[in-house]
Write a protein that binds this ligand. Sequence first.
Ligand SMILES: Nc1ncnc2c1ncn2[C@@H]1O[C@H](COP(=O)(O)OP(=O)(O)OP(=O)(O)O)[C@@H](O)[C@H]1O
Ligand code: SF4
Ligand SMILES: [Mg+2]
Length: 386
Amino acid sequence: MENMKRDPVPATPEVANLDTEMRGAPMGDDSVSDVPASVLRNAPTHVPTPAPTPEKASTQVPDVGAKAKPALPLFALLDVEKSYPVENGKRHLKALDGVRMTLHDGESLALVGESGSGKSTLVRVMLGLETATNGRVLYGAYELAQMDAEARRKHAREVAYIYQDARGSLNPRMDVGALLAEPIRLHRLRDEREIPARVHELLAQVGLPAETYHFFPSELSGGQVRRVAVARALACEPRVIVADESVAGLDVSVQAQLLNLLRDLQRDSGIAMVFVTHDLGVAAYLCERVAVMYLGRIVEQGRTSEILTDPRHPYTHGLMQSFPRFNMPLSTPLSGEIPSPIDLPPGCRFQSRCPRAQDACTQTDPALVRDGNREAACLFPIRAEL
Ligand SMILES: Nc1ncnc2c1ncn2[C@@H]1O[C@H](COP(=O)(O)OP(=O)(O)OP(=O)(O)O)[C@@H](O)[C@H]1O
Ligand code: SF4
Ligand SMILES: [Mg+2]
């Protein structure tokens, strides 16, 4: 195996300013070279990797739930926007509209929200599959849109993605052994002769029997396919795994097995995880932090244990009421019209569905406001009765 070389982050005073408690952290190994462009995500073309300018870096980075963690965040998203042209380019749809969040090494973050809230778009921006229209996406000390080829390779290995359509993401003509060997070979993480043993190690790690090595995707069950997808992500030796609805559509028992696997992996390996889900139960089980999205914005974020037991934002509260729970009275679906994302009303975007809405909500678009370890974007947040 090649020697792992760890370079210091080109941390500048500006980057350090992102959070007064943050300091430069190593960015991982640089050993990958000559990766075929086709296998890298379609990140932007080469631009040098300047750190942010002092003026720009004045943007405050939220560090909800991360106060005690001194390292530079793995990801910092600063007022990120992503617009898509619609109606033949006459109008624009803001799939992301001023998203601010951070993710630190080893953290698990659930992105929750109804369909169309921007969860997948946010994930695609973090993966470099989409470029933000405005705002800044920092991966460690690097601006994602300005990374050079080497930094892009490093990002592509360190940020592993588990596709929603796990079966569709696997080449049906390759057996599991070849599917797992591919990223190891690609990123030059092991000598050729060490690869079979590493593949067996990965199979064991995700709870698949050794004979799975010779199976093709068509011979695997839905749960087994997802385990192979998890093993392929682990094969990259990532710092963060991003999973978009990875357990959706599975039998409850298989879903539970997979959730246990992901939770154990996250706890044992210290890999950070971003988990997109519609399911608040999954978020609560798997992730220490949660970000609730509504129409392109994060409207509430913080520790899952606090947010889901004591929501401040009426949308989070409504989501929880609409979530079916075993042995509980029937859930109440969120009522009211969802505004069109290309024609948002002035003021708060949740006003048409909010039982707490007042006149001010039609005029002022609430910003995310810090309250202890958490943040909520609401002019009249819910307060627990004393
Ligand atoms: N390529 C695109 N062109 C135009 N609009 C898009 C595009 N991709 C996403 N959108 C719109 O952006 C918004 C956010 O979409 P996104 O897929 O991120 O939502 P989501 O939260 O992942 O939803 P779901 O839970 O259904 O997967 C939606 O209104 C969607 O229609
Ligand atoms: S700002 Fe007003 S409309 Fe928006 S969530 Fe808060 S109370 Fe409801
Ligand atoms: Mg989605």
